[in-house]
Design a protein around this ligand. Structure first.
Ligand SMILES: C[S@@+](CC[C@H](N)C(=O)[O-])C[C@H]1O[C@@H](n2cnc3c(N)ncnc32)[C@H](O)[C@@H]1O
Length: 288
């Protein structure tokens, strides 16, 4: 097996392992990190389970300092078989990954950037939580929530209906966009001021496609903001490829509160916290 193959297999195995542990414990985010075998959250947002009249389980995400961020979000309760989990496109149906949580927090803290702007989230998974936060907290012109997985987008469309009264952006939609299928996004050529994305850099076979998608849909002076854990060398590989087309900035310490959560996790949860898989770096791409 090549070094590249080994990396990919181990990352996929870790995702599968995390998913099995979470699903066998009831799935979803939990505040009781210490009793779990996996690190799931930096606890930047408040998450409470809500049961609707039909018995449907929702998760109420809130970030108190920013009114009115309050979104009812459904996680996909499917119990995946190993074949489904090993397919590329179910990694976003397993949980809201720490990088998405951090991207959401960062977008809420920097929401002024998105006023009257057009924003697209790529690979947002079953919640597209960060894009949803932008749609609920900023007077954005347009927010497009996307993922390559149809089940994820069906779920996001249900989430948008549920949160309709909280949406502040002029237009908010959710669509399937696969980076390796150009016909799914060429009609968005040079449309977006911002592209945001979390934990999507470890797919060896799609890194180039992801860069092409970003380059196509961003406006000439657009900015792409990505949060992703190092996951061995996958993040560095993406940055090296991106440097051929963009001005790239890679930041490790981008927010004091998140950095403190990271240090806290190293100290208090060293048995479950793995910086390589959990601490998201911030990558900014600007068209040069
Ligand atoms: C690890 S998940 C991250 C999901 C979400 N951003 C989060 O952090 O919770 C990676 C996401 O990338 C999406 N993805 C992978 N390859 C893709 C492709 N070729 N086109 C579009 N989406 C893709 C998957 O469907 C999945 O939702």
């Amino acid at each position: 097996m090549t070094a590249l193959g080994t990396e990919k297999a181990s990352d996929r195995w870790n995702i599968l392992r995390q998913a099995i542990i979470k699903k066998s414990r009831g799935g979803g985010q939990s505040k009781k990190k210490s009793s779990m075998l996996e690190f799931t959250s930096f606890d930047l947002l408040t998450v409470n389970k809500v049961i609707d009249d039909d018995g449907g389980v929702w998760h109420l995400y809130q970030y108190q300092p920013v009114e009115p961020f309050r979104a009812r979000v459904k996680h996909i309760p499917t119990v995946f078989n190993p074949e489904e989990l090993m397919g590329f496109n179910n990694t976003g149906n397993v949980c809201v990954w720490p990088a998405e949580e951090v991207l959401t927090y960062w977008c809420l803290e920097n929401r002024h950037l998105f006023k009257q702007q057009k924003i697209c989230e790529l690979g947002g998974g079953m919640t597209c939580l960060a894009g949803l936060a932008v749609a609920t907290c900023c007077a954005a012109e347009e927010v497009l929530l996307t993922d390559g997985n149809e089940l994820s987008i069906k779920n996001v469309q249900e989430i948008l209906k549920e949160n309709a009264e909280y949406l502040k952006a002029k237009t908010v939609t959710a669509s399937v966009i696969r980076w390796d299928k150009q016909d799914e996004y060429t009609h968005f050529k040079e449309t977006f001021d911002y592209v945001i994305s979390a934990d999507c850099l470890f797919f060896d076979q799609y890194r180039e496609d992801l860069l092409t998608t970003i380059g196509t849909i961003l406006k000439p002076k657009g900015v792409c903001i990505i949060f992703a854990p190092r996951r061995h060398k996958t993040c560095d590989k993406f940055c090296a490829m991106a440097k051929e087309r963009y001005q790239v900035t890679l930041e490790e310490k981008y927010d004091a509160a998140i950095w403190n959560k990271h240090l806290e996790a190293i100290e208090k949860s060293s048995d479950i916290y793995d910086e390589n898989r959990h601490y998201p770096l911030k990558i900014t791409l600007m068209k040069s």
